[in-house]
Design a protein around this ligand. Structure first.
Ligand code: ADP
Ligand code: MG
Length: 150
């Protein structure tokens, strides 16, 4: 997507997530970049609602990952804000979470530098004077393919 999207409020962020959900297929890694409170978790909530998930979507800040299974798709929602020990990555078996049956949504990928696969999509959320500004960048062919369904 070449142009930034303006997202006026939380409801619009949820709607954007829902729309994005329709373009997703398994075997994707999506980085979510933005400050605390920019709306990364809200976006994930919109994606999960778009996929038909009816339960509560909580922030994985304390346990690093929340796991969802929707039909045959595994969705892993990571938040690496509090991550600082690469040994934890191996011990938790996170490497295996990035596989051909899963979509991995990663908040604070910067904190797990060098451990994560390349982002198929990188979604950056900025906070202008009002609302939010979103930029979506495809880093791989799989990511580009998602955006062609936009
Ligand atoms: P993060 O996961 O990036 O720390 P959250 O999604 O947990 O952020 O929180 C975002 C907060 O910002 C929520 O309280 C939400 O209501 C508020 N908010 C205000 N405007 C927007 C917007 N345009 N999009 C998303 N969230 C917004
Ligand atoms: Mg969050």
């Amino acid at each position: 997507m070449d142009r930034p999207l303006n997202i006026a409020n939380e409801a619009e962020m949820l709607a954007f997530g829902s729309k994005l959900a329709a373009t997703l297929c398994p075997n994707l890694t999506i980085y979510l970049i933005g400050d605390l409170g920019s709306g990364k978790t809200t976006l994930v909530r919109g994606i999960l609602h778009g996929l038909g998930y009816k339960g509560v979507v909580k922030s994985p800040t304390y346990n690093l990952v929340e796991i969802y299974k929707i039909s045959r798709l595994y969705l892993y929602h990571f938040d690496f804000y509090r991550f600082n020990d690469p040994i934890e990555w191996e011990e938790a078996g996170f490497r295996d979470y990035f596989n051909c049956d899963s979509v991995c949504l990663v908040e604070w990928p910067e904190k797990a530098n060098g451990l994560l696969p390349t982002a198929d999509l990188q979604i950056t959320i900025d906070i202008p004077e009002s609302g939010r500004e979103i930029n979506v960048h495809a880093g791989t062919e799989a990511g580009k393919k998602c955006l062609t369904h936009w």
